[in-house]
Design a binder for this molecule. Structure first.
Ligand code: SF4
Length: 297
């Protein structure tokens, strides 16, 4: 008899076979056309973040993270992944930001401390200064994770640093760079890598509020396998019970993301699949209030 783990594996394999949550068609075609000599260069800076999004990006499976940052893109700098450190790393960042290293995209994880410039220093310069300088030289920016797209946890009520999103930062500076927003706490690796390939090789994907429709067109609620339970008013009363999780605080009705069809951890599971209510981590309202209900029991 199949145990649960093997059943989930089998379901993920079937999903992959029928191309349910796999590569969007333009991205798959673009991957085949990639020229190793012209792969996009990325420089990845972190603001107020827990590095969870970086960790999530390393979980990529199709293609793998190693393939993504060596064959399909050139990762110029990342604080956790780069082999260089100290003055060498700072020189490298400067080369990119000054435009001397050619065309590049800026990826930013974490929020920006508007009221406390020195909260995020890279070398001897505040992150904000790099962002201002990059505005003149970068091809575009990708805000990675909800802290970068909407402020996230650092911007929750009572924050002392004046944490704001990357978009809000550029708006306050009256700058208008190409900005793609990929929320999530943490972000799904497919959402980032597939967007970057699309951006560079196919062009700008269709965006709504800066977010790619490829992943954020529908609400979790609309795609949820428990939607039928919701309609029939079959609600779970405690975690672990079958039925719709709405009365346990599920925020699927307010959250745009394709988690129900994409799944997480290499197609192993996802929040509602593991009986946990959606916490709305890709929503602009995620943890913005002190009394934000992650779970209601
Ligand atoms: Fe909607 Fe959540 Fe119920 Fe799924 S579990 S149907 S997302 S309220």
């Amino acid at each position: 008899m199949l145990d649960r783990r093997n059943f989930l594996k089998m379901a993920a394999t079937l999903s992959a076979t029928f191309s349910l949550p796999s590569l969007p068609e333009p991205v798959a075609a673009a991957l085949k056309r990639l020229d190793p000599a012209t792969v996009p260069k990325l420089i990845y800076l972190q603001g107020q973040s827990c590095t969870g999004c970086s960790i999530s990006l390393l979980q990529a499976e199709s293609p793998s993270a190693v393939t993504m940052i060596t064959a399909y893109s050139k990762l110029g700098f990342h604080a956790d992944l780069s082999a260089t450190s100290g003055s060498q790393a700072l020189d490298l960042i400067e080369r990119y930001i000054s435009g001397d290293a050619g065309e590049y995209f800026l990826a930013v994880e974490g929020s920006i401390p508007w009221d406390m410039d020195k909260a995020c220093i890279i070398g001897e310069k505040p992150l904000a200064q790099y962002l201002v300088e990059a505005n003149k030289t970068m091809s575009g920016a990708v805000a990675i994770g909800t802290c970068a797209t909407h402020g996230g946890i650092p911007a929750a009520e009572g924050n002392l640093t004046g944490a704001i999103s990357l978009g809000e930062f550029y708006q306050r500076k009256n700058f208008h760079p190409l900005l793609v927003q990929i929320p999530g706490c943490s972000v799904h690796p497919d959402w980032v890598w597939h967007t970057i390939i699309h951006l560079v090789k196919v062009g700008l994907p269709e965006l709504t509020n800066g977010q790619p429709d490829l992943f954020f067109k529908n609400k979790v609620h609309a795609l949820c396998p428990r939607y039928h339970d919701f309609q029939q008013e079959i609600f779970a009363k405690k975690i672990g019970e079958p039925g719709c999780l709405f009365k346990l605080g599920c925020l699927g009705p307010d959250t745009f993301a394709d988690c129900p069809t994409r799944w997480w951890n290499g197609g192993q599971t996802w929040c509602i699949g593991a009986n946990a209510p959606c916490i709305g981590c890709s929503s602009p309202n995620f943890v913005r209030k002190k009394d934000f209900p992650i779970y209601r029991l």
